[in-house]
Ligand binder design. Structure first.
Ligand code: AMP
Length: 284
C-alpha cells in the first residue's frame, strides 16, 4: 500500500492505472476506521483492480460548534487496517492540500438535503457534496463505495453523480452493526458506557417498526409515531427526528397509499440478497 498526500501525485498514479486498463474502486472516509468502513474496502477489493481509499476529516462539512477538532484521528491504526484490507493507494491529504483557499465553488444538492439530518445541519451536505465531487474528480474511479448507514448521504451522492453525469457507479453497501444492534460509527467513541448501553433503544425501535411493516402495517404516520414513541421512552436520549420517507426522493410518506401493500410485497420478493442486510433484525 502506498500512502499519498498530494493531489497531483494521486492523480498521476490513478491516470497510470487507468492507462493500463485497471478499474479503480474508491472508498472515501474520515478515518478512525471500523468494520463498517472495512466492509466497503473489502467490497471495493472484491470488485475492482486498484483500490483507493481516502482519509480526510473534511472541515467543510462541520458546522460551527460541531466536533471537527475532537473528531477521532488515528492514522497508524487506520493505515494498518487499510493495508490489511488490500488498499493499494491511501490518500491522506491535509486541509491545505484540499482547500488551499476558501472555495468559492461548492456543490449544493437541493431538495434531498432539506429534511432529516439536513434540518439540524444545514451546511453539512454542501460540505459532503463538495468534497465527494473533488475526490471523484481526482481519483476517477469506476465505482465509489458508500455505506447505507448514512442513507441520506448515499442518496445525495447518487443524485449528484446523476445530475452532473459523473462517470462513476455509486455502490451502496449494507449497514454494519455491533453485536447488540447499535450501528458502528467512529462517533460511538464519544458515548460513555451507560449512554452506549442505552443506545440500543434505537435498534430496538427500528426493529419493532420493521416487524410492524412486515406484518402488513402501511400507515406511515402510525409507524413514525411508534418509532418516536419507543425512542422517547429512553430519557437519556433526545430524538432529533423520526420519519418514514421515500427511498429515492426522501420525501415524507403520508398515510396509506392505495396498493402499497401489494407493491411492498412484490418489491421485497425481488430484493437482491445484499440489500436485505439493511433489516436491523439481522444483528439481533
Ligand atoms: P465516515 O468515515 O463516517 O465519513 O464514513 C465513510 C464511509 O463509511 C461512508 O460511506 C459511511 O456511510 C460508511 N460507514 C460508516 N459506518 C458504517 C457502518 N456502520 N456500516 C456501513 N458503512 C459505514
Amino acid at each position: 500500500m502506498k500512502t499519498v498526500s498530494r493531489i497531483d501525485d494521486l492523480r498521476r498514479r490513478c491516470d497510470a492505472a487507468r492507462a493500463e486498463g485497471a478499474e479503480i474502486g474508491f472508498v472515501p472516509t474520515m478515518g478512525s476506521l471500523h468494520e463498517g468502513h472495512r466492509s466497503l474496502l473489502r467490497a471495493a477489493r472484491a470488485d475492482t483492480d486498484v483500490v483507493v481509499a481516502s482519509i480526510f476529516v473534511n472541515s467543510l462539512q462541520f458546522g460551527p460548534g460541531e466536533d471537527f477538532a475532537a473528531y477521532p484521528r488515528d492514522l497508524d491504526t487506520d493505515s494498518a487496517m487499510a493495508a490489511d484490507d488490500g488498499v493499494d493507494l491511501l490518500f491522506v491529504p491535509s486541509s491545505a492540500e484540499m482547500y488551499p483557499t476558501d472555495p468559492l465553488t461548492t456543490v449544493h444538492v437541493s431538495g434531498l438535503t432539506r429534511g432529516l439530518c439536513g434540518a439540524s445541519r444545514p451546511t453539512f451536505f454542501d460540505g459532503v457534496a463538495t468534497v465527494v465531487t473533488k475526490l471523484l474528480s481526482i481519483v476517477g474511479p469506476c465505482r465509489a463505495y458508500f455505506g447505507r448507514k448514512d442513507y441520506q448521504q448515499f442518496a445525495v451522492v447518487k443524485r449528484l453523480v446523476a445530475d452532473l453525469d459523473l462517470p462513476v457507479e455509486v455502490v451502496g453497501c449494507p449497514l454494519v452493526r455491533e453485536p447488540d444492534g447499535v450501528a458502528m460509527s467512529s462517533r460511538n467513541a464519544y458515548l460513555d458506557g451507560d449512554t452506549r448501553a442505552r443506545a440500543t433503544v434505537l435498534y430496538e425501535a427500528l426493529s419493532s417498526v420493521v416487524d410492524a411493516v412486515q406484518e402488513g402495517e402501511r400507515n406511515a404516520r402510525l409507524l413514525r409515531d411508534r418509532l418516536a414513541d419507543l425512542v422517547s421512552r429512553e430519557p437519556a436520549l433526545t430524538l432529533d427526528y423520526a420519519d418514514v420517507v421515500d427511498a429515492t426522493t426522501l420525501a415524507p410518506v403520508s398515510g396509506n397509499r392505495r396498493g402499497d401493500r401489494g407493491r411492498g410485497r412484490r418489491r421485497r420478493g425481488r430484493r437482491p440478497a445484499h440489500r436485505q442486510h439493511d433489516d436491523p433484525r439481522r444483528w439481533r
